[in-house]
Ligand binder design. Structure first.
Ligand code: ATP
Ligand code: CA
Ligand code: CA
Length: 166
């Protein structure tokens, strides 16, 4: 049952350092343990080569989760960043898009659009990323994306055909 005032959210997960699967699963466990957060569903994990950032990084394991929370968007971002740090992420020591034990990005917070200094929602780069669209499609293929105005499924097909994948 939903808590009164709870908002549906989608979060992207990624890891390319250490035991990637254990990192993603620990993130799920920690989010589920937070009193203001309920885990609703989780996509399969998918593996892909790192995009951008320093060359020669290990491959990523990525996924997506749907949850429900009574936290505000900034409070939720703080929780996600606490979990990243708890699993060994040291953002201040990393190059941009460098290897990390855990990355948790807020893709959607209900239907809200947020353009704050430290938080942009929907996540501004999600529509360009196969490694986000693929797990997102496992959960919400009909989700409408604000930039392309396509569904997640249509956009995934478009990016796949552009990159020569099926
Ligand atoms: P990208 O955002 O391109 O996926 P990244 O995940 O590697 O890059 P980070 O170093 O993890 O970037 O985060 C940089 C900053 O992005 C964070 O400190 C946070 O304030 C900000 N940020 C803005 N919007 C979001 C969002 N929707 N989800 C998570 N962080 C966000
Ligand atoms: Ca990211
Ligand atoms: Ca991030």
């Amino acid at each position: 049952m939903s808590a009164p005032g709870a908002v549906r959210v989608l979060v992207a997960l990624g890891s390319n350092l250490g035991d990637r699967r254990a990192n993603l699963e620990a993130a799920l466990a920690r989010l589920s343990a937070a009193p203001a957060f309920r885990l609703v569903s989780v996509s399969p994990w998918i593996e892909s080569a790192a995009e951008g950032g320093p060359a020669g990084q290990p491959d990523y394991l990525n996924g997506c989760l749907e949850g429900e929370t009574t936290l505000g968007p900034h409070e939720l971002l703080a929780l996600l960043q606490d979990i990243e740090a708890g699993l060994g992420r040291r953002r201040e020591l990393e190059p941009r898009h460098g290897a990390r034990t855990l990355d948790l990005d807020l893709l959607f917070y209900g239907e809200e659009t947020i353009e704050a200094e430290r938080l942009t929602v929907p996540h501004p780069r999600l529509e360009e990323r196969l490694f986000v669209l693929e797990p997102l499609c496992a959960l919400q293929p009909e989700r409408l994306l604000p930039r392309s105005r396509k569904t997640a499924r249509e956009r995934l097909q478009e990016l796949r055909s552009r990159s020569g994948q099926r």
